[in-house]
Design a protein around this ligand. Structure first.
Ligand code: ZN
Length: 161
């Protein structure tokens, strides 16, 4: 049974901690796979386009990234290349509801991660996907978009990550 998990809100201190690497041995455990499934369900339910484990109170390097109707699970993600070229786009965050602001991020990135099956993968991402991954990776390091935004407003149109 899928569970919709409560999403922690700023200023919860758990959102400010550095998440720990996932021990790949847990990938074979149902409790871990259920957590990933529940995070995906929680993200869709909240109309988000990304979710990081610290947002549901789990200090693990585990993120969910939406791409259209698909959700990718990235375990122990690392950004190995960030383009010098950056762009500014408005962001929101499920943990900072109702606030939006412009954040400058690299346009293109290359990242490495493990899949839920424990396979090591490396991909290039650009545009919104690159932005979501950078935003979610920030969550793993205790950083929120409000730390990076040029300014914050209570009206916005962007999706929450
Ligand atoms: Zn967020």
């Amino acid at each position: 049974m899928l569970k919709i998990l409560p999403i922690l809100r700023h200023p919860n201190p758990l959102l400010r901690q550095r998440a720990k690497e996932v021990d790949l041995k847990v990938l074979t455990e149902k409790i871990f796979q259920d957590l990933a499934e529940d995070m995906i369900a929680t993200m869709w339910q909240a109309d988000g386009v990304g979710l990081a484990a610290p947002q549901i109170g789990q200090g693990l390097r585990l993120i969910i990234v939406a791409s259209g109707k698909q959700a990718a699970t990235l375990i122990n993600p690392v950004i190995i290349y960030k383009s010098f070229r950056k762009e500014v786009m408005e962001e929101g965050c499920l943990s900072v509801p109702g606030l939006f602001g412009p954040v400058k991020r690299s346009k293109t990135i290359r990242y490495r991660a493990y899949t839920r099956e424990g396979k090591k993968v490396s991909f290039k991402a650009e545009g919104l996907t690159a932005r979501i991954i950078q935003h979610e990776l920030d969550h793993l390091n205790g950083v929120l978009f409000i730390d990076r935004a040029k300014w914050i407003a209570s009206v916005g149109t962007s999706a929450e990550l």
